[in-house]
Structure formats: C-alpha cells, structure tokens
Design a protein around this ligand. Structure first.
Ligand code: HSE
Length: 446
C-alpha cells in the first residue's frame, strides 16, 4: 500500500472587477487550468468575483463563482487566498479592498497603477507586516514583463536611465494621426472602442497614466521611494496635424515618452510628447504597442517591446503574478524593504537639458522673426533650423505677405536648458510678435 498523497491545496482566487481585463483573466484561468496547475504545482481556482453589474454579458460563465457586490467584502472573504484587484482608481473601493486583503494576510495581485503611484509605499509596508504578496506586473506596460525585469532580472545592475512608450492609447492615437491623417477625437474614440483607454481617457491623453507607470518603474529602477508628485507631466492633446507633418519633414516622429534618469542633480522624471529620430528604435513602435528601454551598467541597453494595453496582454501579466503567488515565489513588492528604499533627490524640470521644437504663431511682418531669433541668442540658445511655413490658402489670400496675419514658424534648437528656453519664450511673448501660446516639444536624441 502506498501512503496517500498529501492533499494539494488549490489557490483560491477572488477577482474584483470584471471589465475587459477581469473577464480575460477569468477566461484564461479557466481555459488554461490544467497547464497552470502543472506549472505551479497546484490548481488555481477562481472561487468568487465582484463587479457592479451582475447581469452584463461578459462572454464568461459566472455560474460557478460566488458573487459579491462589494469588492471590500470579497477582499475579507475567508474562502479566498488571493485577491485580484481590477477595479481601478487610486482611492475608493480599490484602495479599501486592497488594504482589507493585505491586512488579513491575503495576497494581492493588482493592475492598478494609480493606486500604486499614490499609495504603493504604504501598501508595501502593510504587505511586509502581514507577510502577504503585493504583485503588480500588469500595472506598467500591459503585457511587457518590465516589473519582473527590473526587480529580478536586473538585480545585478545599476540603472542610469529608463524611458519608454507606456501608454497604448496615446501611441495608438499618435500613430493613426500620423499615418492616416485622422483627427485626435476620431482616434480616441477608436481606442476606447478597442478597450485600450482608461475609464476616464483624460488619464491617458493628458499623460497621467504614463506618469503613474513611470513612478512605479522609477522606484524599481533606482531603488527609491515612489515620488509621483515630482513627475513633470504633459499630454498629447495639444499635438496638431501640423506638428506631426513638421516632425516628419524634419526627420522625427512624435511619441509620448515617460523618462526617468539619474542626472548630476538628482532623479529627473518627466512625461511629455517627444520628438524622436525617425530612424531610432523607439520611433518604430507604432499603435497600441509599448516599449521600455533600460540603460544599465552590466547589461548595457535593453529594450522590451510588446502590447501595452487590452484584455489579453494585461491578463497575461496578471496571471503571471497569480502563478507566482500559487508557487510561493513572490518577493518584496519593490525588491527591497520599504525602509531601505532611498528618498530620491529631485532634479527640477527647469534644469532639464536637451533640444527643442518650438512652434510659434508669428505676426507676418518685418522684424518679427529677427526679434524672436534675437531673444533666443540673448538666452544663449543656438538654433539648428528655422522654418516658416504658410498654408497654401494663406499664400493665395495674401501673396505679398502684407496682412501681418500669423504664420507658423518652427524653431529647432540645439541642446539648451528648460530654464533658458522658458525665459526666452516669456520675452518673445512679451514682445508681442506671437498670437498663441508657443507649442514646445522636447527632442530626445539617442
Ligand atoms: N489605458 C492604458 C493604455 C491601459 O492605454 O496604455 C493600460 O494601462
């Protein structure tokens, strides 16, 4: 007679939030149950779920799951071991539910970058105290395993810079505006229809979603405390078809980048539309695809490229974390105890150094361009090129240029500081030659 095999306890999972990602997680856990059980050494079973609308058709059979209207009640259910938070939002039910689960020693898997950017340190401390896992691979760059890469695969490196396309919606919008000449609004509607955009798309297009992800990745890259408030954030809603055409003419593409860099003066964190050389690797990343480049001393330059949003890719990352929990291989959330994460020294945006694209609406009269160029020279800013480009319609209306009507003038600068540029532009505005706020897009040279 053989001794009976020890009973293998399944990991009992509760999923809060059954939107695009939650439904995909439940579907994959169901379809891949046998394979996951073999890989993790124990079955993973969804036992309970929570969402707002019980009757919505999500394309999955919910009959076998206990239903909770309130995610906080699900988080305290004694019959789950792992709470998967896909509710979203930095506060409210998502935060209360995650705190409840961690306080009870339940493992938490979340895709919620807003929550982590705002409360990641406090939640990590709570997880450390109760011995629970707090895993968040899906929070940054969708299906790209960048959290594990930074925390585990690059443990032997010192990272000097990290930058990337971290928002699929923005990259999708910019790519389609560029290649199909569509409007911003039409592209945004398609991104929402395809399930890429956040519930409030302002988070995507104004750069906040990228900033939340960058805050998390900066902490992992540099071993520093999350410092989301230090991030300089600009979105893409002010980018016009004219800017995209000019970028193309000048050999650039426009991408919304998140950049974190150790500089002489501290850690610079910034999110803004960026001109990148058309020939660069990052410029080739189109559509909803994300990319993260990491510069580190031992490995050199590493670029990860992959789908950054959508149900399947995000669910893939969530399930990787659930599998770690099932195997018992989850480390500390940020790779170090919170007490050992450094307080980052902030490098102010005014100290940023780089080239700039500046589009001005300049009154078309003698001396206007000369006055602008003089202000640039006074600030020590060297110009790489100057382009004045009237539309055909404007040229037809006023072939002699006598009306003084505004005309777009684009300046490309060599490297200068943000402070010098802003001071010069303030003087240009005060001189009265321009009729709109200047469009300023930073240039990132590899
Ligand atoms: N709205 C996000 C994006 C989804 O477009 O990238 C993933 O965080």
């Amino acid at each position: 007679m053989h001794a009976p095999l020890p009973e293998i306890m399944p990991l009992r999972v509760g999923i809060a939030g059954l939107g695009t990602v939650g439904a995909a997680v439940a579907g994959i856990l169901n379809r891949q149950a046998n394979q996951l059980a073999a890989r993790c050494g124990r079955p993973i079973r969804v036992t309970a779920v929570s969402a707002r609308d019980r009757n919505r058709d999500r394309g999955i059979d919910l009959a076998g799951y206990r239903w909770f209207d309130d995610p906080v009640a699900l988080a305290s259910d004694p019959e789950i071991d792992c709470f998967v938070e896909l509710v979203g939002g930095s506060d409210g039910p998502a935060r209360r539910a995650v705190e409840t689960a961690l306080a009870a020693g339940k493992h938490v898997v979340t895709a919620n970058k807003a929550l982590l950017a705002a409360h990641g340190l406090a939640l990590s401390e709570l997880a450390e105290r109760t011995g629970a896992a707090l895993a968040f691979e899906a929070s940054s760059a969708g299906g790209i395993p960048v959290v594990k890469t930074l925390r585990e695969a690059l443990a032997g490196n010192n990272v000097s810079k990290l930058y990337g396309i971290l928002n699929g919606t923005c990259n999708y919008i910019l790519s389609r505006m560029e290649t199909e000449g569509l409007t911003f609004d039409d592209c945004l509607k398609d991104a929402q229809r395809l399930g890429y955009a956040e519930a409030d798309p302002t988070f995507d297009v104004e750069g906040f979603d990228t900033a939340h992800k960058l805050a998390i990745l900066t902490s992992l890259a540099f071993g520093t405390k999350i410092d989301a408030e230090a991030i300089h954030v600009e979105g893409i809603s002010s980018i016009t078809p004219f800017d995209l055409r000019m970028a193309d003419d000048l050999g650039f593409r426009i991408k919304l980048l998140g950049v974190a860099e150790r500089t002489k003066t501290g850690i610079e964190q910034r999110v803004h539309p960026t001109m990148v050389a058309k020939t660069s690797a990052i410029a080739q990343v189109m559509g909803v695809t994300n990319a993260v480049t990491i510069d580190a001393d031992a490995v050199g330059e590493l670029t990860l490229v992959g789908p950054g949003a959508g149900g399947g890719p995000t669910a893939s990352a969530v399930i990787a974390d659930i599998a770690d929990v099932a195997r018992g291989t989850v480390g500390l959330p940020f790779g170090l105890p919170v007490s050992r994460l450094e307080q980052p020294v902030r490098s102010a945006m005014q100290r940023h150094e780089g080239g700039y694209y500046i589009r001005l609406a300049v009154a078309d009269r003698p001396g206007a361009a000369a006055a602008i160029v003089t202000r640039m020279a006074e600030a020590g800013i060297s110009l790489e090129s100057i382009v004045q480009r009237r539309s055909e319609a404007a040229a037809a209306r006023d072939p002699e240029g006598r009306s003084g009507a505004p005309v777009p003038v684009v300046l490309i600068t060599y490297a200068t500081t943000e402070r010098a540029l802003r001071d010069a532009l303030a003087k240009v505005s005060a001189d009265g030659h321009i009729s709109e706020n200047p469009q300023v897009i930073r240039i990132e040279r590899e």
